[in-house]
Design a binder for this molecule. Sequence first.
Ligand code: IMP
Ligand code: MG
Length: 181
Amino acid sequence: MDQKIIQIHDKKFEPFIKFAEIDKAVAKIADRMNEDLHDKKPLFLAILNGSFMFASDLFHKIDFPCEITFVKLASYSGTKSTETVRQLIGIDEDIVGRNVVIIEDIIDSGLTMERVLAQLKMIGAADIKIATLLFKPNSFKGKYPIDYVGLEIGDDFIVGYGLDYDKHGRNFKDIYKIVES
Ligand code: IMP
Ligand code: MG
């Protein structure tokens, strides 16, 4: 068994979710989308930076006409969620009247997504669906439904497959979780 501990800055992380399991979860979401959304010509809206790997792998598996665009905001510094959430930047497509599918790497407290939803509604998206690779149900405080969830996990802080700890660790193919010291 590969039990390689990795070090990022001051923290240690242990193997948590192998790429094979991630890939299965992504395929499951894609299968459901290929059923649900094949005639909706949706606009996928990936939230940078964390979701870039998930968005790419998911998009490979989508087999109907669609578009993708990338937007940015940030809610995290270090390992604790902060109350400051920046505005969505980079929406250049006209999303008025569009079926939008938000692609997020992880939903933790749900605050980030709440702000994204509010902004997309304000701009005038017709229908908004949410897809997240990872979901922390114990931390979630949102009142909105999450349409596509890849994997539910505990509250531990994780890195890899696009997710970072202070900008590092996004390049790992597998997901690692923090070792509390
Ligand atoms: P929320 O607003 O609390 O739902 O946090 C969502 C954002 O925080 C995600 O888009 C991630 O960028 C970041 N985040 C939440 N949990 C983790 C984690 O365990 N590792 C890395 N980033 C995380
Ligand atoms: Mg994110």
